[in-house]
Design a protein around this ligand. Structure first.
Ligand code: S3P
Length: 430
């Protein structure tokens, strides 16, 4: 098991780059593979999760060349995939598993999908149900509603109108991808808008995608024409460095060319509400995705309430927001966040357990956390629970603690941010 010991940092600062956005990298590969043209992807996230998606499409006969962070994808159109020779391993990646099921709904062959221990515990019923109505046939393994499972797609995908009880971009995207194969309009209705990268990139490929409030629809059958995707820096990765800035940097931490899609910027709104100065500069755009340089500076932080539509807009940043809340004056309440129990770990229970070891005053509720601040943290031995975002959140907490902190089992960071430890050293001026 790989462990990391982090010493407290007096101050941090600097201007850094972060790797490409994970969600957009997955989608660029998928849409590139389904395109009738060849596509280039620049600033692709070459981390384990997105490489699982690349391997899945290679296994289905798509030629994908990679030179560091650049991909050339030789798409073969919606019907160009072939049956893989064996099971497809989705690793730790929920996005790979669920979005792939959407694509496989349109394939006239059977594929077995497997995943690691964490992914094999995560709920797949939320995509199995709508995709079954669209014509896919699922065969369960040992654990119904979870991986491993087999999916057999069909020639004639049926368009549906689906109301999902959770605001999940993975569910929405699976249905929209299956909808590319259906003749007619497939619609998804969400309780709040989840990240809309699938919609934006599909439009960039020439597909008719409509949005009316929380109703999103796609018209099939579609022809995708991908050309070039330039992936912005991942704001979810940047959040760890920016949070360190909010806690420790009077000079400021700047992350260059981060994605600032409004369905993802809940974290930036929340740290501003907590009192940290946050500035966006040098705005640009590629494939419908906005970018900006984001700067955050240290301030006295104050407690906030995180609930409702802010939850899907900051879903992956709740762990690092919980760390900030320990250092914010007052009581921070996080609610409507039951989804965090079915991420790479049960993040509510894991955050309570690990931050408590560092002295945080944190209480778990069925759908959230109540955090009292500001509470000085102390170094401790803590566990990642095999969850990349927990490991990185604990590392930022460790920067502010008194004494050294050892984080156990940090290899999971490689699923989304392999350079994280180097960037952390850079922030500390090492
Ligand atoms: C993702 C969507 C989110 C997020 C995950 C990536 C995506 O999950 O937590 O890290 O790329 O679609 P849900 O939308 O299912 O909550």
């Amino acid at each position: 098991m790989e462990n990391k010991t982090i010493q407290p940092a007096g101050r941090v600062g600097g201007t850094l780059d972060v790797p490409g956005d994970k969600s957009i990298s997955h989608r660029a590969v998928i849409l590139g593979a389904l395109s009738v043209t060849s596509a280039k992807v620049r600033h692709f996230l070459a981390a384990e999760d997105c490489l699982s998606t690349v391997e899945a499409f290679r296994a289905m006969g798509i030629r994908i060349e990679r030179d560091k962070e650049e991909l050339s994808i030789h798409g073969k159109g919606l019907d160009g995939l072939r049956e893989p020779k064996g099971p497809i391993d989705c690793g730790n990646s929920g996005t790979t598993a669920r979005l792939l099921m959407g694509v496989l709904t349109g394939q006239p062959f059977e594929v077995e999908l497997t995943g690691d221990a964490s992914l094999s515990r995560r709920p797949m019923g939320r995509v199995i149900e709508p995709l079954s109505q669209m014509g896919a046939y699922f065969t369960n393994g040992k654990n119904p509603g979870c991986l491993a499972l087999k999916i057999h797609g069909c020639h004639r995908v049926r368009p549906i109108s689906w109301k999902t009880p959770v605001a999940s971009a993975q569910v929405k995207s699976a249905i929209l991808l299956a909808g590319l194969y259906a003749s007619g309009q497939t619609e998804v209705q969400e309780p709040f808008l989840s990240r809309d990268h699938t919609e934006r990139l599909l439009r960039a490929c020439g597909v008719d995608v409509q949005q009316r409030g929380f109703h999103i629809s796609v018209r099939g059958t579609a022809t995708l024409r991908a050309a070039e995707f330039h992936v912005p820096g991942d704001l979810s990765s940047a959040a760890f460095l920016l949070a360190a800035g909010a806690l420790l940097s009077s000079a400021g931490v700047t992350v260059r060319r981060a994605g600032v899609n409004p369905t993802r910027t809940g974290f930036l709104e929340l740290i501003k509400a907590m009192g940290a100065p946050c500035r966006l500069e040098a705005a640009s755009e590629s494939s419908g995705e906005p970018f900006a340089d984001v700067e955050v500076k240290k301030a006295e932080l104050k407690a906030v309430t995180i609930a409702g539509d802010l939850i899907p807009r900051s879903i992956d940043e709740i762990p690092i927001l919980a760390v900030l809340a320990t250092q914010a004056r007052g009581q921070t309440v996080i609610r409507d966040a039951g989804e965090l129990r079915v991420k790479e770990s049960d993040r509510l229970s894991a955050l309570r357990a690990e931050l408590s070891k560092m002295g945080a005053r944190i209480q778990e509720t069925p759908d959230g956390l109540i955090i009292e601040g500001s509470t000085p943290l102390k170094g401790a031995v803590v566990k990642s629970h095999g969850d990349h975002r927990l490991a990185m959140s604990l590392a930022v907490a460790a920067l502010t603690a008194q004494g050294a902190t050892t984080i156990e089992d940090v290899a999971c960071v490689n699923t989304s941010f392999p350079d994280f430890w180097a960037r952390l050293d850079e922030l500390r001026g090492r």
